[in-house]
Design a protein around this ligand. Structure first.
Ligand code: G
Ligand code: G
Ligand code: MN
Ligand code: NA
Length: 249
């Protein structure tokens, strides 16, 4: 209950901070980032999404938090691009955000930051795609703006292959549970199947949660082009992300 009241205040005073995790090619060259939400709570310190995103979804606060996230991510990435970093950004969306008003918020965030739509990817989970009736139309409209759409945690939900072909998506993010189990033949086969599927449907792929050089090597051998994970970098505060990037280009 306190958390819910605190969240209402946090939206008013914008206590939200984004960390940025690098997305790289499998040689480790930087390509972009994923923005991950944190809450700088005045008493409790830095809180992670597992502590408050569920509460925000139930209270409805997630809609306004989501708008703040979009603005902050677009502003930051536009600044980096002006400084010469050729970076793009993926933002996570909750199912509740996939309503028609999202279009206006995305447009406003891009316009205010002077960021091209092609620099922004919206991530939604597979489950949201299957269960939220209005989601598909909203995502199609986002893509019409030039924004890319990624399916997060791919492989853990229930989207059929037939459904995937009809969905307005550009990127599959292979769930980190499959990457973590790449030393198991069954899981390597799943990753391989997702890579083939992506190729057949002309989708981009990102392997998530790559922690070890072994995992990176297997992914490289399987032909996975792109990854993200502790092997290269954790989610970083903006200043640290910039330093990480500068050290690698
Ligand atoms: O670093 P990590 O603990 O950041 O993120 C945990 C979970 O929180 C992930 O599943 C991620 O998708 C979700 N998450 C991170 N940032 C956001 C955000 O800005 N909005 C929403 N709705 N979920 C987020
Ligand atoms: O659900 P989503 O993919 O948006 O969540 C991203 C989450 O994965 C964040 O909580 C982020 O901190 C976490 N993460 C990123 N890289 C790694 C990794 O290499 N290993 C693990 N275990 N988690 C990771
Ligand atoms: Mn994500
Ligand atoms: Na994920």
């Amino acid at each position: 209950l306190r958390l819910e009241a605190d969240l209402a205040r946090a939206v008013e005073t914008d206590e939200f901070v984004l960390h940025y995790q690098p997305v790289v090619d499998l040689e480790g060259r930087p390509l972009g980032c994923e923005a991950l939400l944190r809450w700088q709570h005045p008493e409790d310190g830095l809180l992670y999404p597992d502590r408050f995103v569920g509460v925000a979804e139930r209270s409805g606060a997630i809609a306004r938090i989501g708008a703040l996230v979009l603005r902050q991510a677009c502003r930051q990435v536009a600044r980096w691009r002006r400084e010469g970093l050729t970076v793009d950004v993926a933002v996570n969306l909750s199912g509740a955000q996939l309503r028609p008003a999202l279009l206006g918020e995305v447009r406003a965030a891009l316009a205010e930051a002077d960021l091209p739509a092609t620099a922004l990817t919206c991530e939604v989970t597979e489950t949201v795609l299957v269960t939220e009736a209005h989601a598909i139309a909203v995502l199609a409209d986002l893509r019409a703006l030039g924004v890319r759409v990624a399916v997060d945690d791919f492989g853990t939900g229930y989207s059929s292959l037939a459904a995937l072909r009809r969905l307005p998506v550009d990127v599959l993010k292979i769930d980190r549970s499959f990457v973590a189990a790449l030393d198991q033949p069954g899981d390597a086969a799943i990753v391989e199947a997702v890579l083939r599927l992506a190729q057949a449907l002309d989708l981009d792929v990102v392997a998530e949660g790559v922690e070890t050089e072994f995992e990176a090597r297997v992914l490289r051998e399987l032909g996975c082009p792109t990854g993200q994970g502790y092997r290269w970098a954790r989610p970083l505060p903006a200043e640290d992300f910039r330093a990480w990037w500068a050290a690698r280009v």
